[in-house]
Design a protein around this ligand. Structure first.
Ligand code: ADP
Length: 220
């Protein structure tokens, strides 16, 4: 197929991509971020995961951020920004990355722009997972809390996280849309289908995963 050789040529010649994934709590960002990043051979960087790992390991950072996570409040920008900048400086992120859960405030978005400008890069695309209504999200996350024991997946905290998302993070989507970076993806349906839709939306923008990874991920 002509498009296959074109895709392979493009992925071979193109260095990795700098991507964001945004969407409300419960939209499946973490799951999709891991799959998309694997397909594009770039690291998925999740601020929530980094914070949770530090809490689990009892590090000084973990002790500082635990009460913010438990309350569903945002960790202060200065702390979060430095953490992400440090992670983006690691060698595996040199060719690109997929940021999951960052930026979440206008200050974080400005910081990211400045960091990228300083390092000679720009964002290639922002994946927006368009999710169910809030009540469906809440039911799903309460269930996840019961199954996985994530301490911020209780109904009150979930409602608060959704409010914080609507007030602080959702406005960023408009900004990225105005920059022409937004790739909107319906997050309903089987995980593999959402991955396939996301990879297709990225391919439309010239960000192309290797074909075998593409098929494997779409099959699940
Ligand atoms: P969710 O999208 O389900 O809320 P995350 O794992 O992305 O889950 O985030 C969990 C918590 O980690 C947030 O409620 C917040 O306390 C903290 N956090 C994650 N990313 C950020 C960020 N960019 N800025 C501030 N706090 C953050």
């Amino acid at each position: 197929m002509a498009s296959t050789s074109h895709a392979n040529a493009a992925s071979a010649s193109r260095p990795g991509a700098r991507l964001l994934i945004v969407g409300p709590p419960g939209a499946g960002k973490g799951t999709q971020a891991a799959r998309i990043a694997a397909a594009l051979r770039i690291p998925a960087i999740s601020t929530g995961d980094i914070f949770r790992e530090n809490i689990r390991n009892g590090t000084p950072l973990g002790a500082r951020v635990q009460h913010f996570l438990d309350a569903g409040d945002l960790v202060p920008d200065t702390l979060t920004n430095e953490l992400v900048a440090d992670r983006m400086r690691q060698p595996d992120a040199e060719q690109g990355f997929l940021l999951d859960g960052f930026p979440r405030t206008p200050e974080q978005a400005d910081f990211l722009d400045a960091h990228l400008a300083q390092h000679g890069g720009t964002l290639d695309a922002v994946i927006r997972l368009v999710a169910d209504n809030d009540e469906v999200i809440i039911r799903r996350l309460v269930q996840r809390g019961l199954e996985l024991g994530r301490s911020d997946d209780t109904e009150d905290t979930i409602r608060h996280r959704l409010e914080v998302y609507t007030q602080q993070t959702a406005p960023l989507i408009r900004m990225y849309e105005q920059r022409g970076l937004l790739a909107e993806v319906d997050s309903l349906g089987p995980i593999g289908h959402v991955t396939a839709r996301t990879l297709a939306a990225l391919a439309d923008r010239g960000i192309i995963a290797d074909e075998p990874a593409n098929h494997q991920l779409a099959d699940t």
